[in-house]
Design a protein around this ligand. Structure first.
Ligand code: PGA
Length: 257
């Protein structure tokens, strides 16, 4: 049984004071029994990580700490970049890589994503590797080809047991931050195809245990329907994750799904 993972991707929102307030509100609203059924993670901006780590540790919260991005090298002359080793030292458990905003706005390629996935695993953290098609690709009937190409390229060279412990996030680009969501049936079909590609490339046990999230305008109102789908194992949530009440409601619905 794959335990659903609900990840809050805060993107470039909230300074470290605001981050502290949000995590404290969340901790207050998320009940203990919710964590038995779903894993919950927050991915604050880099400058907030230490603050959030301290709250999680001092209050023994079950919320997991995540980052939004990292470089693949551990140290060196990479001005402005963040080492996966530094994230691991801050008790970061999960790192998003290949988010469509990184791919589109900052030129991240499949090859770079593949380097990052390997580096994140090498530092004992879990990658959340994002894939997704543009609206043009969807309308041209290329959704599956595009998404499966990204999956195969991003996972290239990984061992079966490494892939089995990862998280993938299917995020149709046209659904991110737009209020438009893929229907649960559409999202399920793509997630099933992704799982099929993992089984084909890395074996049935890896395909069975890898968690596949859906992302793109997930809210409390649509989370349960998506997560109830057999191949959707959680959600990567942007906008709705920086509102404590909405995110707590979303997590509670996901726990019931
Ligand atoms: P959204 O973002 O929930 O605001 O659509 C999702 C994401 O980009 O991860």
């Amino acid at each position: 049984m794959r335990k659903p993972l609900i990840s809050g991707n805060w993107k470039m929102n909230l300074n470290h004071f605001e981050a502290l307030t949000l995590v404290e509100k969340l901790a207050y609203q998320l009940t203990k029994d919710v964590f038995e059924r779903v894993d919950v993670a927050v991915h604050p901006p880099f400058t907030d990580l230490r603050t959030v780590q301290t709250v999680i540790a001092s209050d023994s919260l079950e919320i997991q700490l995540g980052a939004q991005h990292c470089h693949w090298e551990a140290t060196g002359a990479y001005t402005g970049e963040i080492s996966p080793a530094f994230l691991a030292k801050l008790d970061v458990k999960l790192v998003i890589c290949g988010h469509s905003e990184r791919r589109e706005l900052f030129g991240e390629t499949d090859e770079m994503v593949n380097h990052k996935v390997k580096a994140i695993i090498a530092h004992d953290m879990t990658p959340i590797m994002c894939v997704g098609e543009t609206l043009e690709e969807r309308e041209a009937g290329q959704t599956e080809t595009r998404v499966l190409d990204q999956v195969r390229a991003g996972l290239d060279g990984l061992k079966r047991e490494q892939v089995g412990q990862m998280v993938l996030a299917y995020e149709p680009i046209w659904a991110i931050g737009t209020g438009r969501t893929a229907t649960a049936d559409d999202a399920q079909a793509v997630c099933a195809a992704i799982r099929g590609a993992v089984v084909e490339g890395w074996g049935a046990p890896a395909g069975e245990s890898i968690r596949i999230q859906y992302g793109g305008s997930v809210k409390a109102a649509n989370a349960a329907e998506l997560i109830a789908m057999p191949d959707i194992d959680g959600a990567l949530v942007g906008g709705a994750s920086i509102d404590a009440e909405e995110f707590a409601r979303l997590v509670a619905f996901a726990a019931e799904a």
